[in-house]
Design a protein around this ligand. Structure first.
Ligand SMILES: CC(=O)SCCNC(=O)CCNC(=O)[C@H](O)C(C)(C)COP(=O)(O)OP(=O)(O)OC[C@H]1O[C@@H](n2cnc3c(N)ncnc32)[C@H](O)[C@@H]1OP(=O)(O)O
Ligand SMILES: O=C([O-])CC(=O)C(=O)O
Length: 387
């Protein structure tokens, strides 16, 4: 038999792209992640420009409506958001039943599930109803996140204030006082940077759930589960655990390098480093690092920045791997006083804007998401006949 005949007889082997790496699965008009130019656009606007000149409310509006709001649109949107911030008794009661030892992401996932079970609009998948649900979640998540953080410290719920913008109110509800402007600004920047990032694992999860014509709350609940993992959103919390392992105090730089060498020798993944799409650095890191530096100065914690820089430099030298957004976000939240376990819920509060924009985009041009697998188990066999 000739070689040509042999090849022709072979069945074609399908190519498997593990983790769907490098596989485009649909169009999106919501954001563009461009690793070549190291840029991230929300509806065409560079995220750095939004972080510098817009509020998180404006960025959320942009993601949902496709355009930045004019003054009247923003005023109406803010009024609506502020009116929805409160927390109902049912959700509080159910959260109270969850042990305080539960991970805050589990609490948040449960709370969103409760919202879905309680909202009479849940089955209505019209764009208007879904936008309304998205704004409700956006407005209420800070209440849930802060309610849970405070109950873990045996502190009462702080009622939202409708005279404060989103980020100032979020911090007010967490700590019972409104911090100074630099802190509010750094927090708002983090919310803008975390809001949207194309087909990341949690957004894709939300789109898969939406594609079955399930409901928006189910899709967000599933997305929270996907974001919890340390390879995705859970990394901002894990960064802080690494800093804690390295330990506070003098000589942080040397200890950070020693810690890294030991961790790499054990083949550990270093949390807050690497990215599936960006290979030359995450577009959002310089802006977030700038906020971190401002907070280091504000709280007078140069030791934390020393440790941050030492780990980043050593990682570049040893592995040529750069930080992702979670790396500067973790220590920034720590300086502001957030519990480490609350870091990923803060990511949820921001990303709910992107998730819900994607859910609505998926439904506007839906196709059930159902890829193929290639079976590699045992050949067909048969159950022995008994007796
Ligand atoms: C907001 C976000 O969700 S950003 C992501 C947050 N996640 C993290 O920070 C977790 C740590 N990082 C990682 O685990 C990875 O970099 C991921 C999951 C983000 C991306 O992973 P992938 O694109 O699948 O790359 P993959 O894991 O195959 O890494 C490629 C190589 O770089 C190494 N590598 C990548 N990231 C890291 C890291 N953080 N620490 C150590 N090694 C790493 C891998 O070990 C692998 O090496 P090998 O080829 O010798 O096996
Ligand atoms: O895009 C990704 O894979 C992860 C990420 O950075 C994000 O979701 O913000």
């Amino acid at each position: 038999m000739s070689d040509v005949q042999t090849q022709a007889a072979q069945p074609q082997q399908p190519v498997i792209y593990k983790g769907l790496a490098g596989v485009p699965v649909d169009y999106t008009a919501i954001s563009k992640v461009n690793p070549e130019t190291n840029s991230l656009l929300y509806r065409g606007y560079p995220v750095q420009e939004l972080a510098a000149s817009a509020t998180f409310e404006e960025a959320a509006y942009l993601l949902w409506y496709g355009e930045l709001p004019d003054d009247d649109q923003l005023a109406a949107f803010e009024e609506r958001e502020r009116s929805l911030r409160g927390l109902d008794h049912v959700t509080k009661r159910i959260v109270d039943e969850i042990p305080v030892t539960a991970h805050p992401m589990d609490v948040l996932r449960t709370a969103v599930s409760v919202f879905g079970a309680s909202d009479p609009m849940t089955p209505d998948d019209s764009p208007e109803a879904n936008l309304d649900k998205a704004i409700r979640l956006f407005a209420k998540l800070p209440s849930i996140v802060t309610y849970d953080q405070r109950r873990r410290h045996d502190l009462e719920f702080v009622e939202p204030r409708d005279d404060l913008g989103y980020s100032a109110n979020f911090l007010w509800q967490a700590f019972g006082e409104v911090p100074e402007l630099p802190v509010v600004t750094a927090f708002d920047v983090s919310m803008i940077l975390y809001a949207e990032h194309s087909f990341n694992a949690s957004t894709f999860t939300a789109r898969v759930i939406a594609s079955t014509l399930s409901d928006l709350y189910s899709a967000v609940t599933g997305a929270i589960g996907a974001l919890k993992g340390p390879l995705h959103g859970g990394a901002n919390e894990a960064v802080m655990h690494a800093f804690e392992e390295i330990g506070p105090g003098d000589g942080g730089a040397e200890r950070a390098v020693a810690w890294l060498d030991a961790a790499l020798a054990e083949k550990r993944k270093i949390m807050g480093f690497g990215h599936r799409v960006y290979k030359h650095g995450d577009s959002r890191v310089p802006t977030m690092r700038d906020s971190l530096e401002r907070m280091v100065e504000y709280y007078d914690r140069p030791d934390l920045l020393e440790l941050y820089v030492a780990l980043e430099d050593a990682m570049a030298e040893r592995k040529n791997i750069k930080p992702n957004l979670d790396y500067p976000a973790g220590p920034t939240y720590h300086l502001m006083g957030w519990d480490t376990a609350t870091f990923t819920p803060l990511f949820v509060a921001s990303r709910v804007t992107g998730w819900t924009a994607h859910i609505m985009e998926q439904l506007a041009s839906n196709a059930l998401i159902r890829p193929l697998s290639v079976y590699n188990g045992p050949d067909e066999r048969h159950v022995p006949v008994k007796g």
